[in-house]
Design a protein around this ligand. Structure first.
Ligand code: PMP
Length: 413
């Protein structure tokens, strides 16, 4: 079961101490959190940043002439700067605060999508998408009389690149794909996929919900047209995320929602819209959430992300080997390039029973279709159990998981 120790040094214990939730007991047992792909735990710095905003300088942003409003506005805009530089965007105006990846993709589909996609056109996605990168495109295609086309994957859960390329045609108006699959852990060859689309003049949308907590993101190097993030998966608050879009698109796109904040002037005859990003942030935003998101970005940037990646790769290899050694256990998703996700089936035991028994051992895993029903259909299963890893997990967590699976065997024989 043992694999080589990680090369780069990463002090997981000092990281764990920053996450108060991890120090708890569940049913009298030390808590093992293996559900970070659903949502990550929060470090003190994020909790404190959000509380500090409410305690010390809370006010609405962009509107008030008063001191508190200016202070809140500064902090909110500073958070935008942080996100922008974290993902390598050259310009903070390219970062729109949204609720998360789901809202980001819906925003693109209902603005850029409606502009670009017409009757007979196609939107290309992959076979391993989360529902939030399927349904908005399906809705768009239904509205516009267009077709949703799916690039297939192989049994390991890897995109079949030639098949992807074959589906990039003159009818393809948008390509949308997941950077890292939440159900399988597959890391897609994003740069190559974007380059292939770009060669044909097709804009690309990348669902980065699972990538951002594990990989360094550089939207400029990737060359994508849009990239989406969920703050809560990056150790930040819920209800906040970011949509990156190339400025030229954001300028040309119609607004998403109408209301306050997104306008220059309003009369009953006509409204002039604000410039991006304000154009896409109608209404009072999630002010404290954005500030907490900025703190999460600071937390990540305070770490040696290469060392984190090496540490996580080691943990994944350790977990993969440990699970593969369990008789009657099948791993779902065995891509060569993979991050943080261990989806599995245990012969004769329903995934929900796996989740419930592990829960009684103090181990939190996810059981279900992971909002990726087409992935489950591909493997001919209704659900899997999924242990997902983050930078605060340890080999001991994996050992506890394996011991918990041993309990399942005792119950089910
Ligand atoms: N895409 C992927 C790959 C995801 O894992 C998730 C969250 N499970 C989403 C999109 C949707 O993100 P959110 O719920 O934060 O909007």
């Amino acid at each position: 079961m043992a694999t080589a120790e990680p090369k780069a040094v990463f002090d997981v214990e000092s990281v764990r101490r920053q996450f108060p939730a991890l120090a708890q007991e569940v049913y009298g047992k030390p808590f093992v959190y293996l559900d970070s792909a659903a949502s990550a735990q929060k470090p003190n710095a994020v909790i404190e940043a959000e509380m500090q905003c409410y305690r010390e300088y809370y006010s609405n942003v962009h509107r008030g002439v008063h001191y508190m409003s200016q202070k809140a506005t500064e902090a909110y805009e500073e958070a935008r700067d942080k996100v922008s530089s974290f993902i390598g965007s050259g310009c903070k105006r390219e970062v729109i605060f949204v609720r998360g990846t789901t809202e980001g993709i819906n925003l693109i589909a209902s603005t850029f999508g409606r502009q670009r996609v017409g009757a007979g056109d196609e939107v290309l996605i992959t076979a391993m998408e989360h529902h939030s990168n399927i349904v908005p495109w399906q809705m768009l295609c239904e509205q516009q009389g267009a077709k949703l086309v799916v690039a297939p994957m192989n049994q390991r859960g890897e995109l079949i690149f030639e098949e992807y390329e074959r589906r990039l045609t003159e009818r393809t108006k948008i390509v949308a794909f997941v950077h890292v699959s939440n159900a399988l852990g597959t890391i897609n060859p994003a740069a190559e996929m974007i380059a292939a689309a770009q060669e044909r003049g097709i804009p690309t949308v990348v669902d980065g919900a699972q990538a951002a907590p594990h990989l360094g993101i550089d939207v400029a190097a990737l060359g994508c047209d849009f990239y989406t993030l969920s703050g809560h998966k990056m150790f930040g608050p819920t209800g906040i995320g970011a949509l990156y879009g190339k400025l030229e698109h954001l300028i040309a796109m119609p607004p998403y929602q109408g209301g306050g904040e997104m306008i220059l002037t309003v009369s009953f005859d006509k409204t002039e819209y604000a410039e991006p990003p304000a154009k896409f942030e109608a209404g009072t935003p999630n002010i404290a959430g954005a500030i907490g998101f900025g703190a999460a970005v600071d937390f990540l940037r305070g770490l040696d992300l290469e060392a984190v990646a090496a540490y996580e790769a080691d943990l994944l290899a350790y977990g993969t080997a440990a699970l593969q050694a369990v008789p009657g256990l099948e791993l779902i998703g065995t891509a060569q390039h993979k991050a943080a996700v261990l989806s599995f089936l245990i012969d004769g035991v329903h995934a929900h029973d796996v989740g419930t028994i592990l829960d009684h051992e103090g181990i939190a895993v996810r059981a279900g279709h992971h909002c990726a029903q087409p992935v489950m259909d591909f493997y001919g299963v209704a659900a899997t159990a999924r242990a997902s890893l983050a930078l605060y997990n340890t080999r001991q967590d994996i050992d506890r998981l394996i011991a918990g699976i041993g309990q399942i065997r005792e119950v089910f024989g």
